[in-house]
Design a protein around this ligand. Structure first.
Ligand code: ATP
Ligand code: MG
Length: 560
């Protein structure tokens, strides 16, 4: 298969084609079994979503299975909070591992047995060089490595030393167990890679049972084989590790030999996508935690209001190839817009309120007007919106000295209030500083519902809320976390490009009263303003918080 073939997505990407061919040939007895193997050392990000959709998606398409396996071999960096967040995120994306939840740490005894097997076969040895010496002996891409003076220890001595390593007889760094492959291999990964190292650290699952921990490359292929994985899908940086993956499985009496297939990782512009960097943003308090709605984490976009269907659609649209590219975040944002346009109820909300008094509306009168919840979906029903003498409109829907093309409110101008009446601005009230603080208007009672019986037209329709009925809310407007498309491009500090205006907080926005029934996580379209999601963490009943999920249109497209 050429790389050109891999680019053509339909009907399936290159991995689907490989699997279809395997099935046609009867490989793996017709089984398809994948896995998603996160390390529990941080929260999942959108790159992981690509891998989750790919692995679980393939299992679904081929009536196969997909495991969730935690690759928990680095006790220093891993913990239960991460394990739980990862499970929640995979579920939220719409996937289920059923009873196939695994931990590499469950295989520690088996991995140890296999290490003894390698030693007995003369394929592994205990090395007593220091970490620095091991690096020196390793050579470079141009020069071969040198054999360690300990490489030819006898099997007996190796067994004895390795058992003593396990028993805690040595300090960290005193010895390691290495595979005995080829110090001159052009593939650096095959120059006697380390299999086990001593770490006197408590593991979040195995406690102090072990003080030697297996390395990722050794653990991963064996875990795959023990679980009967058929296709082990990973990102391109593991391409050079494939020879090692295969070497271990060829030496060991494992039940099967899965096929490793690499694909390009997801990169998005205007953000960073590595747990290490995201962890820095969190620990340096640049954001409010892993689930800050500006974060490209799954918990972040969930809190922001991205629907899981939009993230899945995005992963489908970007496809799976072997070309390392950067995807424009606008592609994701469009998936979110399309999904929310279809699914979210419309409501009226005013973010920057300007008072409007309808002078000819009876004092104390309240009438209920009817609003439709979705313009194209009658099944979403209708609701009542109270109207009264004192209203609020959006401040920027009024201009004292409007240009001709401004079709909203100005002195002497008439507009339609959404679902309500035509109003005309008669008088502008200002405070001592000269700021407009109120508009005195009149309404035309004949225009109830937004139509004039005389056929008179107005060009503008604006949103509003009734002062006495509105509920107050905090609204958080989010923008991209970084100002530069490629925050990592500069040699200097990648955090220098953080967008200082990525969050703007409005303390007292006014919402139509139907939003009293809003529940955390629900997303609404605030008409003319964008999509907003009720925050599940900071909302209190007197003051709900709404996160702007996304604007109605791509405001960045214009700037470019
Ligand atoms: P990070 O670099 O963010 O720390 P990682 O690769 O170290 O990510 P893991 O927990 O090891 O994180 O990843 C679990 C799985 O998700 C792996 O199979 C990995 O290849 C895949 N994955 C990680 N990042 C991406 C990405 N940006 N695009 C696609 N798949 C990814
Ligand atoms: Mg990793």
């Amino acid at each position: 298969m050429t790389s050109k073939d891999m680019d053509t997505a339909a009907p399936g990407h290159f991995i689907r084609r490989i699997i279809s061919e395997d099935l046609a040939r009867g490989k793996n007895d017709g089984r398809v079994h994948t896995r998603f193997p996160p390390e529990p050392n941080g929260y999942l990000h959108l790159g992981h979503a690509k891998s989750i959709c790919l692995n679980f998606g393939i299992a679904g398409d081929y009536h196969g299975l997909c495991n969730l396996r935690f690759d928990d071999t680095n006790p220093e960096k891993e913990n239960e909070e991460y394990v739980e967040s990862i499970k929640a995120d995979v579920h939220w994306l719409g996937y289920d591992w059923k009873d196939r939840l695994y931990f590499a740490s469950d295989y520690f005894p088996q991995l140890y047995e296999f290490a003894l097997y390698l030693i007995r076969a003369g394929k592994a040895y205990v090395d007593s060089l220091s970490a620095e010496q091991i690096r020196e002996y390793r050579g470079t891409l141009k020069e071969p490595g040198k054999n360690s003076p300990w490489r030819d220890r006898s099997v007996e001595e190796n067994l004895e030393l390795f058992e003593a390593m396990k028993a805690g007889a040595f300090n960290e760094g005193e010895h390691v167990l290495r595979a005995r492959i080829d110090m001159a291999s052009p593939n650096m990964n095959l120059r006697d890679p380390t299999i086990y190292r001593i770490r006197k650290t408590i593991h979040h699952r195995t406690g102090d049972e072990w003080c030697i921990y297996p390395m990722y490359d050794y653990t991963h292929c064996i875990s795959d084989a023990l679980e009967g994985i058929t296709h082990s899908l990973c990102t391109l940086e593991f391409e050079d590790h494939r020879a090692l993956y295969d070497w271990f499985l060829d030496q060991l009496p494992v039940p099967c030999h899965p096929q490793q297939i690499e694909f390009a990782r997801l990169n998005l512009n205007y953000t960073v996508m590595s747990k290490r960097k995201l962890n820095q943003l969190v620990s340096e308090l640049r954001v409010d935690g892993w689930d800050d709605p500006r974060m490209p984490t799954i918990s972040g976009v969930r809190r922001r209001g991205f629907p899981p269907a939009a993230v899945r659609e995005f992963c489908e649209r970007i496809g799976v190839t072997r070309n390392d590219t950067v995807i424009d975040v606008g592609v994701l944002e469009n998936c979110v817009r399309e999904e929310l346009d279809r699914t979210s109820p419309r409501v009226l909300a005013v973010l920057d309120p300007l008072k409007v008094t309808i002078e000819n509306y009876p004092d104390g009168q309240v009438e209920m007007l009817e609003g439709i919840n979705h313009p194209n979906n009658p099944d979403m029903g209708k609701r009542e919106i109270p109207f009264s003498k004192t209203l609020y409109i959006e401040r920027d829907d009024f201009m004292e000295d409007p240009p001709k093309k401004f079709f909203r409110l100005g002195p002497g101008r008439e507009v339609r209030l959404r679902y309500a009446y035509f109003i005309t601005c008669n008088e502008v009230i200002k405070n001592a500083a000269g700021d407009v603080i109120e508009l005195r208007c009149s309404y035309d009672p004949q225009t109830r519902g937004g139509q004039a019986p005389d056929g008179r037209k107005v060009k503008g329709t604006i949103h509003w809320v009734s002062a006495q009925h509105a509920m107050q809310a905090e609204v958080r407007l989010y923008d991209r976390l970084f100002m530069d498309a490629d925050p990592e491009a500069a040699d200097g500090d990648w955090k220098a490009g953080l967008n200082p205006d990525s969050r703007q907080v409005i303390k007292a926005a006014l919402l139509e009263p139907s939003l009293n029934a809003a529940t955390p996580g629900a997303v609404y379209q605030f008409e003319r303003l964008g999509y907003f999601c009720m925050d599940g963490k900071d909302s209190i009943s007197e003051q709900p918080v709404f996160n702007r999920t996304i604007t109605l249109r791509d405001s960045w497209a214009k700037q470019k």
